[in-house]
Ligand binder design. Structure first.
Ligand code: SF4
Length: 432
């Protein structure tokens, strides 16, 4: 199963904490949709060259014995290519008309030959969530909503410059249920300026009372180039202390468990059967394609990072697409510009990064230990260089002895009560 992600780089306004790429303008929405449709055409062969990390033991003799820079891999099988998850994120995908979302979805389904879309998620801002809009999304096959609520208090929402109200936040979930959505995720943030434990408790209780299936709860992280980063430098941002944030995280554990939500990733909680398939695939190193400005793709061997600039993205996609047209029209040998799909130096709409075995190992450790599944020592031994396996085991021994991580059936996990400091534990296993 592969992931297909669309990044919609528009917002009505910018929130104080946000460092995702988007612009606070909607004038170029339709031209951007057209550029993204062209990007799909330019990358129609993307999934043909996918390789999947594999264990030497499990690999059948019929499969090619491949190794890419110290990593055991196998070509993706056809049945793996038939299933996909679709995810519209951003930015604010709910600024797109349902017909625009449908056009993009249909294009990738046809182009990549997807037979079965197992999950189709659209991120929604509460003020866009009218019953008419949500019904139209249901009609085009969207089966999961991720609603960016962040808080059910108006004063929080104003402090972070969200454009919706607390009332709209609740109504968005109710409207989604009214039109029949049965897989609804809500985003909340803790550690917000001036947030108290009781305030956070109330946010969680409100979310759970709305009968949602999934919760993404993020600890606020202040990034330098955001309005919050500026306020912090000026001494104008009044955040809860580290201890207070740790208490909020502990309360999150407690209340989510009480409501039968499993914390399956550091910031993600789901009821049984409702874990995000799309995001879980990222954390399990499954290949995905990211389309649109600033989107990332992962092919098993390479990472592709699209340019994070709307004007440059559209200009370069147009250049590459004209070259592709010429190639189709005149044939490859007579095309005026054979350097297609971003290969021409001045036309690139993305940067390509060939991943080393060490980078892939680091990613496996970093993402795996942030989930309840942890990391698998058998997998590390069979898939990566011996030096990386030895390095991992050597550094793990003290963490296991000190009960900082748990070893069970050759799998390593971080106990849930230590997830708040997971990054400082993971750093000991990262190859530097
Ligand atoms: S609406 Fe979402 S993407 Fe846009 S600025 Fe706010 S948090 Fe960022």
């Amino acid at each position: 199963m592969f992931g297909i992600y669309f990044h919609i780089p528009f917002c009505k306004s910018k929130c104080g904490y946000c460092d995702f790429y988007s612009v606070a303008s909607q004038t170029l929405v339709q031209p951007m949709v057209e550029a993204m449709l062209q990007e799909v055409e330019l990358r129609k062969n993307y999934f043909d060259n996918i390789v999947i990390p594999c264990s030497t033991r499990k690999r059948s003799s019929a499969q090619a014995n491949l190794q890419i820079e110290g990593l055991q891999v196998k070509p993706a099988m056809t049945d793996e290519k038939n299933e996909a998850t679709l995810y519209f994120g951003g930015g604010t995908p709910s600024l797109l008309q349902p017909a625009q979302i449908a056009a993009l979805a249909q294009k990738v389904i046809q182009t990549f030959g997807v037979k079965n879309v197992t999950e189709f998620t659209v991120e929604i801002n509460p003020d866009d969530a009218t019953t008419e809009y949500l019904q139209a999304l249901r009609n085009i096959g969207v089966n999961r909503l991720s609603i960016g609520i962040q808080s059910f208090f108006d004063d929080d929402l104003q402090r972070v410059n969200r454009r919706h109200t607390a009332q709209q936040a609740k109504l968005s979930v109710q409207n989604a249920q009214k039109v029949g959505f049965k897989n609804i995720s809500v985003d909340l943030i803790y550690g917000l300026p001036q947030m108290t434990l009781e305030h956070w408790r109330s946010n969680l209780e409100t979310a759970f009372s709305l009968n949602i299936q999934h919760l993404s709860a993020y600890a606020l992280s202040v990034e330098e180039r955001t309005p919050f980063g500026v306020q912090q430098r000026k001494g104008q941002l009044f955040l809860p202390t580290e201890n207070e944030v740790a208490e909020q995280s502990a309360l999150l554990d407690e209340l989510s468990a009480q409501h039968n939500f499993t914390r399956y990733e550091i910031s993600n909680f789901g009821k049984k059967g409702f874990f995000s398939q799309h995001n879980t695939a990222y954390w399990q190193q499954k290949p995905y394609i990211g389309l649109g400005p600033s989107a990332h793709s992962y092919s098993g061997a390479q990472r592709q990072n699209n340019v994070a600039n709307n004007a440059l993205y559209m200009e370069r996609i147009a250049g590459c697409h004209s070259a592709l047209d010429a190639e189709t029209k005149f044939g490859a040998s007579q095309s005026p510009n054979r350097e297609i799909a971003g290969q021409a130096r001045n036309d690139k709409f993305f940067e390509l990064e060939n991943l080393t075995s060490e980078q892939r190992y680091n990613e496996y450790i970093f993402t795996g230990l942030r989930t309840m599944w942890g990391i698998d020592l058998n997998y590390i031994e069979q898939v990566f260089d011996k030096k990386l396996y030895d390095y991992c085991c050597k550094n793990l021994s003290q963490l296991i002895d000190n009960k900082i991580v748990i070893l069970k059936n050759n799998k390593i996990t971080i106990p849930q009560n230590k997830w708040i400091v997971a990054d400082s534990i993971i750093v000991d296993l990262i190859w530097a």
